[in-house]
Design a protein around this ligand. Structure first.
Ligand code: FNR
Length: 368
């Protein structure tokens, strides 16, 4: 029997339910990661190697964890990251995530490969709700230009260019499920004939341009005024290149472990990155986000202590949506807020800008 929604007490609980109730192919697509899924597990496991150094006797009666990301005021520093094929988990697809994000005043990143059309997702937004566009760059740049400029015209507030997927990773669980009938119009959007024998991910992604390079960044800057963020950066050298290229942000990410197996966790890359940025006086030149394996507000707090501006969360909302629909995503977000309030109090911080590197012990992060 399926547990009641009230019996889900944290984000991992939704995953356990989703695994039981989701259709096999949908579960395979959402949960799968590259090769032996070592990076997938490491994404979350790395957080277990960071410990807190809380402050005591701070007056924490009033706690406010609202902040800004790319100039947008948000109620809590996480956003719903882009995940393709929302209708696999729920017939309403991405617009359901839009509604939950609106209710909680968090940002939603819209995937290029959404099941719903881009306009449906924009139309589902409430008044001042903020949405960003995740972009897979098409070999045909005219198509990409149309997508970007349409998004800007419709009021998107950020352009996240995915840079870790010149070829899709090998997700064997997904390949084995012999994915058929996505029930969506992503095939039309990608403008390609698709071959499903390699799983859902490969079927929908053949249009992505493997020739994309740093030399293309000025072109993106010339076609849009939206802030540009590179999603999928994995080394401090590339963060410095991003600063040099004049983009507004990077997402340290390994695509939820779905691309290069043995990529390091994003929290570890963050811990390597911020000291270098500070030493070079560049920490205010770029906003650093991370995603991958964030399941608890303690994970969010650790990322913020180490200098992240915000974090993206992917699978947990897909699982909550697949198991319980809108109420599930609503509860998942509320659970994170409740955890956040408690953790801020217990660590001795009343506002986000009071979190800093002295409040975490990262000595075991590298020695394991
Ligand atoms: C993704 N991700 C992703 N990223 C992207 O840039 N474009 C995309 O279309 C997708 N699609 C996608 C589908 C599914 C099912 C998953 C699980 C992930 C990666 C995503 O944006 C993010 O990097 C990770 O999901 C973060 O890890 P967690 O929170 O899922 O652990």
């Amino acid at each position: 029997k399926m547990p009641l929604l009230e019996q889900c007490y944290n984000l991992l609980d939704f995953e356990a339910v989703a695994r039981r109730v989701m259709k096999k192919g949908a579960w395979a697509y959402y949960s799968s990661a590259a090769d032996d899924e070592i990076t997938l597990r490491e994404n979350h496991a790395a957080f277990h190697r960071i410990w807190f150094r809380p402050k005591v006797l701070v007056n924490v009666e009033h706690v406010d964890f609202s902040t800004t990301m790319l100039g947008t005021k948000v109620s809590i520093p996480f956003y719903v990251t882009a995940t393709a094929l929302g209708k696999l988990g729920n017939p309403e697809g991405e617009v359901l995530l839009t509604r939950a994000a609106a209710k909680h005043n968090v940002v939603q990143m819209i995937p290029t490969l959404a099941s719903c059309s881009f306009d449906e997702i924009m139309d589902a937004a409430s008044g001042d709700q903020v949405q960003w566009l995740q972009l897979y760059v098409n070999k045909d740049r005219a198509i990409t230009q149309r997508i970007v400029q349409h998004a800007e015209k419709r009021g998107c507030k950020g352009l996240f260019i995915t840079v870790d997927a010149p070829q899709l990773g090998r997700r064997e669980k997904d390949m084995r499920s012999k994915f058929t009938d996505p029930g969506t119009d992503v095939q039309r959007q990608s403008g390609q004939q698709t071959d499903n024998s390699q799983g859902a991910a490969r079927a929908i992604s053949s249009f992505i341009d493997p020739a994309l390079s740093w030399a293309d960044i000025p072109w993106f800057q010339s076609i849009t005024k939206m802030p540009i963020v590179l999603k999928g950066v994995q080394r401090v050298e590339d963060v410095l290149k991003a600063v040099e290229a004049g983009v507004q942000g990077v997402v340290l990410s390994n695509h939820g472990g779905r691309q290069l197996e043995f990529s390091r966790s994003s929290i570890e890359v963050l811990a390597e990155t911020m000291p270098v940025l500070r030493e070079l006086g560049l920490e205010d030149k770029i906003e650093i986000f991370i995603d991958g394996g964030i399941r608890r507000a303690t994970d969010i707090v650790k990322a913020l202590c180490l200098g992240a501006k915000g974090v993206g969360i992917g699978r947990p909302f897909l699982y909550a949506m697949s198991a319980y629909g809108l109420d599930g995503v609503d509860r998942a977000m509320q659970l994170l807020k409740d955890e956040m309030e408690m953790n801020m109090r217990l660590i001795g911080a009343t506002r986000i800008d009071e979190l800093n590197a002295s409040m975490v012990d990262v000595r075991s992060l590298y020695n394991h």
